[in-house]
Design a protein around this ligand. Structure first.
Ligand SMILES: *[C@@H]1O[C@H](CO)[C@@H](O)[C@H](O)[C@H]1NC(C)=O
Ligand SMILES: *[C@@H]1O[C@H](CO)[C@@H](O)[C@H](O)[C@H]1NC(C)=O
Ligand SMILES: *[C@@H]1O[C@H](CO)[C@@H](O)[C@H](O)[C@H]1NC(C)=O
Ligand SMILES: *[C@@H]1O[C@H](CO)[C@@H](O)[C@H](O)[C@H]1NC(C)=O
Length: 400
């Protein structure tokens, strides 16, 4: 005999299971009770030359204005659009943008006045998901790329609180694929990011000035860093990323601009890098005021044929100057890094002479030469280093 309390509990559990099933249909997290705002009802068309930005923005405004949870739906089909801003604050307690189809960027560069293609700005509790594709059509613009004025970012989150981006494919961004800045509690997962290995400044995910960001369970192959973590970030977790081609996973650039803020708490774990130009990298310029970069962990990383598997470079962009970086790197640990190196100097800790690195740890490093690369070595300057466990190649004796 089941008691009424037991029955109630059973019903609650069953409901929980049913709801959980709904939530995970097609691996897409979305809430079936959301009010739906389909862009077709706001004038969207699949005609190749029709710019759908206004239709998408109208659907967003209606969703954002509704009293309950709401979602904008971009259905199956090919939709071209220029700059789209999803601005907050919203009345809706959660607002989802569900991209089921293919979104293509307008190839007219003058469309992008704010440096981004799709922008979530000053909005809380947002989700972007849907299994669809976001194609930046960057191949038309890469020839104009340069490091000082970047091309439009495919997706930017700016001053967003509690945001999720998952189950989407990003292809051929003009600038970065995803940029998160000045935001907090952001979860990026189950993303596929693809651009050619020679496409310029097409970082997979770039973070600046955020607190609590996870980037996990994604496959990223591009022409620049798979994930790059700039200044002002705190409590960042990057895990289970498959990276390559690309420039690896990077803490930096730091120290490029005068007004930069400290970075603290970055953990990068369980990643696999294949054929990348760098592996676990920290890089700094010499232009900032003194800042610190502390509590950085690279752990459980598989390197396959990676050119600079472990590298701290505090002389980035400094080949023509003797000015030293003022970024102080403290407590940076490289643990259980294994696999193969495509260059002879597999471990390079090249710190600033005016702000030497402190608390560097190399633990269980097991790297072998890839192909015909000669015997591997370590190099080091201005870094106080602790060695633990396996050291293959032998750790840098001059810094211990
Ligand atoms: C990031 O992941 C950690 C560990 O799984 C979790 O505790 C935390 O809530 C996550 N943060 C966000 C913003 O998703
Ligand atoms: C990394 O992998 C190890 C071994 O499979 C596992 O124990 C650990 O929980 C994983 N951590 C993350 C953050 O994925
Ligand atoms: C830094 O890079 C910029 C452009 O990328 C270049 O113009 C400048 O000369 C470089 N500075 C140094 C010191 O190498
Ligand atoms: C550090 O970098 C500087 C500038 O690129 C270079 O001259 C020096 O040889 C490097 N030191 C080590 C130990 O790799």
């Amino acid at each position: 005999m089941t008691t009424p309390v037991g029955t109630t509990r059973l019903i609650v559990q069953l409901l929980g299971i049913i709801i959980a099933c709904f939530l995970t249909i097609n691996g897409v997290e979305s809430n079936p009770s959301d009010a739906v705002f389909d862009i077709i009802n706001y004038g969207a068309k699949t005609e190749p030359k029709f710019d759908n930005a206004q239709a998408i923005i109208k659907a967003w405004k209606a969703a954002c204005d509704s009293a309950g949870p709401a979602k904008v739906v971009i259905p199956a089909g090919d939709f071209m659009a220029g700059e789209v801003v999803f601005a907050g604050p919203c009345k809706s307690p959660t607002t989802t943008v569900e991209i089921q189809g293919h979104l293509f960027a307008n190839i007219d560069p003058s469309t992008y006045t704010g440096g981004s293609w799709i922008l979530f700005q000053r909005v809380d509790n947002v989700v972007m998901t849907g299994g669809g594709t976001i194609n930046g059509e960057g191949k038309h613009d890469w020839k104009y790329a340069n490091g000082d004025s970047l091309l439009a970012v495919s997706l930017r989150l700016e001053e967003v609180g509690h945001g999720k981006v998952n189950n989407l494919k990003f292809v051929d961004s003009m600038g970065y694929h995803i940029e998160v800045m000045g935001s907090h509690d952001i979860d990026l997962q189950k993303l596929t990011i693809t651009a050619p290995g020679d496409s310029p400044f097409t970082d997979g995910v770039h973070l600046t000035g955020n607190t609590n960001v996870n980037v996990t369970d994604s496959v990223i192959g591009t022409g620049d860093d798979c994930v790059s973590i700039g200044h002002g970030n705190q409590n960042i977790m990057v895990a289970r990323i498959i990276c390559g081609p690309g420039h690896g996973i990077c803490v930096g650039n730091l120290g490029k601009h005068a007004d930069e803020k400290d970075l603290k708490g970055v953990t990068i774990s369980n990643c696999t890098l294949t054929g990348t130009t760098n592996g676990a990298r920290i890089k700094t310029y010499h232009d900032s005021v003194p800042i610190t970069a502390s509590d950085i962990i690279f752990q459980d990383i598989q390197m396959n044929d990676v050119q600079n598997p472990i590298i701290i470079d505090q002389h980035y962009n400094s080949s023509t100057t003797t000015t030293q970086s003022k970024v102080k790197i403290m407590n940076a640990r490289f643990m259980n890094i294994r696999g193969s190196s495509a260059s002879a100097v597999a471990v390079s800790l090249n710190c600033s002479s005016s702000a030497p690195c402190e608390g560097i740890e190399l633990a269980d490093i097991d790297l072998v030469p890839a192909g015909s690369t000669g015997p591997l070595t370590s190099a080091c300057s201005n870094a106080k280093t602790v060695l633990k466990g396996t050291q293959n190649p032998p750790g840098p004796a001059n810094c211990v």
